[in-house]
Design a protein around this ligand. Structure first.
Ligand code: GLC
Length: 531
C-alpha cells in the first residue's frame, strides 16, 4: 500500500479541529483513499487539547533549532477514528495552545503573526519527525494551504532536511485569498526570527530562492503560499474551474477573483504540467433518498429547531444579542401567520466577504442587494422567506442584523448549528450560494444531496457542480453591478419556477447528482500520487 502523510491545520475527523471546508477534505479523504489502497496518516498540531481528547499515545520527542534555540516538540499518535491502519499524529508544544482555538487573529496590526509562528514550528517539527523516521516513511507528502508553506521551503533549502527532497510532495490550495505573508526579517514573527541561519544564507547567496518565496507585491515579505506553489512537485486546486481562474489576475472592479498576485507562478507551474484541478467530494447514502415532500409540519420543525438554537445562544450569554431578539420576534410572527411561506430560500455558510459580498453590495438606492431580494419575496401573492444561518466577521453580522430588523422576509440565525443546517438543507426550496469566488464549496453539494436546487454564482466549484436550469441556477456578470443584477433576476426567476411542474424534475436532478469521495480518491491516485 502506498503511504501518504498529510500535514494540515484542520481535520474534521476530530471534534474541535474544524474551522472551514478544508477540515472536511482532511477528515473525509483517508477513508476514500483507503479503498484505493492508499494509507493516509494525518499530522497536525495538538492545539493544547487533541492529545487528551484523542487519548493519544506518546511516541517521541524531537528537538530542533527554532527561533535560535533548541526547541522540544512531543509527538503523539492516535488511531484514525474511521480508518483502520491510518494514524493521526499530533505535535505538541505550548506554542500550539491558544485556549482551544485553531487560529488566532492578531488585532495588533500584525496579520497572521501568531498563527505564522505556530505553523512555522509545525512545519519544522514535521520535517524533523519525517527525517528522523519517527513515523512510517511516506511515499507522498501532501501539504494543505499556507500553513504548510514553510515545510516546502525547508525541504528545498534547509540542508538538514535534504532527505525530504526524495519524497514526492503535493500541495493543495483550498483558498488562495489567505496566503499567510509575514516580513522576511526584523520582526518577531518573520522568516529571520524562525530560522536565522537559513535566512542569512538565502538572503546573501540565494537570489534565485528568494525570488520564489517572497511576496509578489510586498517584496520585504515571505509568502508561504507562494513558496509552496513554486517548490512542491505537484499543485492541486479543489476544482477544475478554480484551477483555471487562478491563472488570471484578480480584478477588484469587475469582481473577478483570480490568482491574487500568484497567477504568473501558477501559470508557470501549469506550463510544466504540474497543476491539477480536482473537485472535492461528499458522502452519499447507500440507497438514494426519496425526494422529500414539502409539508407545513416540516416548516414548523425548522422553526422549532431554530428557536432552540436561539434559546441556546441566550442561555450561553449574559446579555441578549439584538439579532437573537429580532430572530425570536420573527419566529413568533411566522408562527402567527400559521402558514408556511410559499417559497423557502435557505443559506448556510460562514459570514465572510467571500460568501456574502454580492448580497451586501450597496445599490443605487442606498439599500443592500439582499434588501432588493427580500423585497422581491414580499411582492405578489406569494410570500417568500429567506433563512440565513451563519457566523463570522463581526462587521458582516452587524450589517445582516440591520437588514433582519427591517425585513420580515429574513430570518437571520447568527451562529452555526449542524442539525439546523441539515434541516435547512432538507426543507428549503432554493439554496443560495452567491459567493464572489468559491474554490470548491461543500454546502451546494449537501443541499443537492437533500433534493434542494441551488442558486449560485458561476465561479470555481459552484460552476463545476451546478448545471443552469437543469439542477439549479447559475448567474454570471462581467462587472460587479452586472453580477448583482443577474443574481437578483435569477432569484426572481427561480422563485417563480418553484410553482411550476418542471421544478420537481430539477429537484430530482439535484438529488441524483453524485460527487463522490471515491471518484476524488481515484483522481488523486491518477494525477497527484502517480510519479
Ligand atoms: C475552502 C474554500 C472552499 C472549499 C474548501 C475545501 O474553504 O473556500 O471553497 O470547498 O476550502 O477545499
Amino acid at each position: 500500500m502506498k503511504r501518504v502523510l498529510m500535514l494540515a491545520a484542520e481535520n474534521a475527523a476530530v471534534a474541535g479541529a474544524k474551522v472551514g471546508g478544508m477540515a472536511d477534505v482532511i477528515g473525509d479523504l483517508p477513508a476514500a483513499l483507503h479503498n484505493e489502497h492508499v494509507a493516509v496518516d494525518v499530522m497536525m498540531p495538538s492545539y493544547g487539547f487533541l492529545v487528551s481528547q484523542l487519548k493519544a499515545r506518546f511516541i517521541a520527542d524531537v528537538s530542533l533549532p527554532f527561533r535560535g534555540q533548541t526547541t522540544l516538540v512531543e509527538v503523539f499518535i492516535a488511531p484514525h477514528p474511521n480508518v483502520a491502519g491510518s494514524a493521526i499524529y499530533l505535535l505538541d508544544h505550548p506554542h500550539f495552545d491558544a485556549g482551544g482555538a485553531i487560529y488566532t487573529s492578531n488585532n495588533d496590526g500584525r496579520p497572521f503573526a501568531d498563527d505564522a509562528d505556530k505553523f512555522a514550528l509545525m512545519c519544522a517539527a514535521a520535517a524533523q519527525v519525517i527525517c528522523q523516521e519517527i513515523v512510517d516513511k511516506p511515499d507522498v507528502l501532501h501539504l494543505h494551504d499556507w500553513h504548510c508553506g514553510v515545510l516546502a521551503l525547508l525541504r528545498a533549502y534547509e540542508p538538514r532536511f535534504n532527505a525530504l527532497q526524495a519524497i514526492h510532495t503535493v500541495y493543495s490550495v483550498h483558498n488562495l485569498s489567505i496566503q499567510g505573508q509575514r516580513p522576511l526579517c526584523q520582526e518577531h514573527s518573520s522568516l529571520q526570527a524562525w530560522f536565522p541561519e537559513l535566512f542569512a544564507k538565502l538572503s546573501v547567496h540565494h537570489d534565485e530562492a528568494m525570488a520564489k518565496i517572497i511576496d509578489p507585491i510586498h517584496a520585504q515579505c515571505f509568502n508561504p503560499m507562494r513558496a509552496a506553489i513554486n517548490l512542491c512537485d505537484h499543485l492541486h486546486f479543489v476544482s477544475p474551474t478554480y484551477a483555471k481562474e487562478v491563472m488570471l489576475a484578480s480584478e477588484c472592479g469587475s469582481g473577478h477573483y483570480g490568482g491574487e498576485g500568484l497567477q504568473d507562478d501558477i501559470a508557470q507551474r501549469a506550463a510544466e504540467l504540474r497543476v491539477h484541478g480536482i473537485l472535492n467530494g461528499c458522502f452519499y447514502h447507500d440507497t438514494p433518498l426519496e425526494l422529500p415532500k414539502r409539508t407545513e409540519q416540516d416548516f414548523a420543525k425548522v422553526l422549532d429547531y431554530a428557536e432552540q438554537c436561539l434559546l441556546n445562544n441566550l442561555a450561553n450569554n449574559q446579555w441578549v444579542a439584538s439579532q437573537d431578539q429580532i430572530a425570536l420576534q420573527r419566529l413568533n410572527q411566522l408562527r402567527r401567520a400559521a402558514k408556511a411561506p410559499s417559497c423557502l430560500l435557505t443559506s448556510v455558510g460562514r459570514l465572510t466577504s467571500q460568501k456574502v459580498a454580492l448580497l451586501l453590495q450597496v445599490m443605487a438606492d442606498g439599500r443592500y442587494a439582499i434588501e432588493h431580494l427580500l423585497q422581491s419575496l414580499a411582492t405578489g401573492q406569494s410570500q417568500g422567506l429567506l433563512i440565513l444561518l451563519g457566523s463570522g466577521d463581526e462587521h458582516i453580522e452587524q450589517q445582516l442584523r440591520q437588514v433582519a430588523g427591517r425585513w420580515p422576509q429574513l430570518l437571520f440565525i447568527n451562529g452555526f448549528d449542524l442539525p439546523l443546517s441539515q434541516l435547512l438543507y432538507q426543507h428549503g426550496d432554493l439554496f443560495m450560494m452567491p459567493s464572489s469566488f468559491e474554490p470548491c464549496g461543500i454546502s451546494q453539494m449537501l443541499a443537492m444531496k437533500a433534493g434542494q436546487p441551488c442558486i449560485v454564482h458561476g465561479v470555481g466549484g459552484l460552476k463545476d457542480t451546478i448545471e443552469h436550469q437543469v439542477d439549479g441556477w447559475v448567474f454570471n456578470g462581467d462587472s460587479l453591478a452586472d453580477k448583482v443584477d443577474a443574481m437578483l433576476a435569477t432569484v426572481t426567476e427561480a422563485v417563480a419556477m418553484t410553482e411550476q411542474p418542471q421544478f420537481q424534475s430539477m429537484r430530482q436532478q439535484a438529488l441524483a447528482n453524485r460527487f463522490t469521495w471515491q471518484d476524488v480518491a481515484k483522481a488523486y491516485c491518477e494525477e497527484l500520487y502517480e510519479f
